[in-house]
Ligand binder design. Structure first.
Ligand code: KIV
Length: 297
């Protein structure tokens, strides 16, 4: 039996907004963010008091079983965004724009970003990339839609990057990353994910831009942290990045539960009397009597 204390559900929290993110940065209070793709996880995260939920396109890998995030479509994202929005009422909800939904033109990016709010119930969108995304970000923000940027290891560019590799490790790459972060802040992003970049660089960028940075594999000195929930819970075993800490081992726990269920069904131990319905004895005898008289005819 675990002795770890579980925090009580946070009831009737105030809605977290992009302004709350900014205020937390100013107060030096770390922002907490995790991913969710379904109603029960969103509900539980919201009850736990998480600041923000990202409906990440990591959905493609950890829920839909794709090799990477590239096949994820707008329709798939919106379907899961709606489920999350039904579960979480207080956390800031951010929808991840999938590959090719924002790269072609600023107009198409704005239209697709709008769908996340109108049809997906999200509060904001996230998109990957640096200076090359400035026009799209300007246009989306001008439409009144908050945008979170994403720099460093940007999984939608996995083929261009030559794999899921850490970024910003040379002086030149670090300089480019800092400049990109400044461009995104100027373009109007309210926050920025920094993925798989050296801790010193993430800390340096966090001090030099006035919007909150959310780190994943970027050290402890970002303004907040995000992880893929399936990684944190030990639910996705295909591969675990070095920066992931598993706070639970649910895959093993699920295998144990499934195995126990199968053994009990095979041994006719499940369902027991406590999981079965009983008919009132008088009704049952009336039924049997009726059967007998029918059989005699
Ligand atoms: O898709 C995702 O879950 C993400 C996070 C890892 C930041 O982009």
């Amino acid at each position: 039996m675990s002795t770890t204390t579980v925090s009580a559900p946070v009831s009737a929290r105030k809605k977290i907004t992009t302004l709350s993110f900014q205020q937390k940065k100013e107060r030096g209070e770390p922002i907490t963010m995790l991913t969710a793709y379904d109603y029960p996880t969103a509900l539980t995260l919201d009850q736990a008091g998480i600041d923000s939920i990202l409906v990440g396109d990591s959905l493609g890998m950890v829920v839909l079983g794709y090799e990477n995030t590239l096949p994820v479509t707008m329709e798939e994202m919106l379907h899961h965004c709606r489920a999350v929005a039904r579960g979480a009422k207080s956390a800031l909800l951010i929808g991840d724009m999938p590959f090719m939904s924002y790269q072609v033109s600023a107009e198409e990016a704005t239209r697709n970003a709008g769908r996340f709010l109108q049809q997906g119930g999200m509060d904001a969108v996230k998109l990957e990339g640096g200076r090359e995304r400035a026009d799209a970000i300007h246009a989306i923000v001008a439409a009144g839609i908050p945008v979170m940027g994403h720099l460093g290891l940007t999984p939608q560019s996995v083929h261009q990057l030559g794999g899921f590799r850490a970024q910003g490790k040379t002086a030149l790459a670090a300089q480019r990353l800092l400049e990109d972060a400044q461009v995104l802040a100027q373009a109007g992003c309210f926050s920025l994910v920094l993925e798989s970049v050296p801790a010193q660089l993430a800390a340096y960028i966090s001090q030099r831009i006035n919007i909150p940075t959310i780190g994943i594999g970027a050290g402890a000195d970002c303004d907040g942290q995000v992880l893929v929930t399936h990684d944190l819970l030990g639910l996705f075993e295909r591969f675990t990045p070095k920066f992931v800490k598993q706070y639970a081992h649910l895959n093993a726990e699920m295998r144990r539960a499934f195995g126990e269920y199968m053994s009990e069904v095979q041994a006719r131990q499940f369902p027991g009397a406590e999981h079965s319905l009983e008919m009132n004895a008088a009704e049952w005898h009336t039924f049997l009597g009726a059967q007998e008289s029918q059989n005699e005819k």
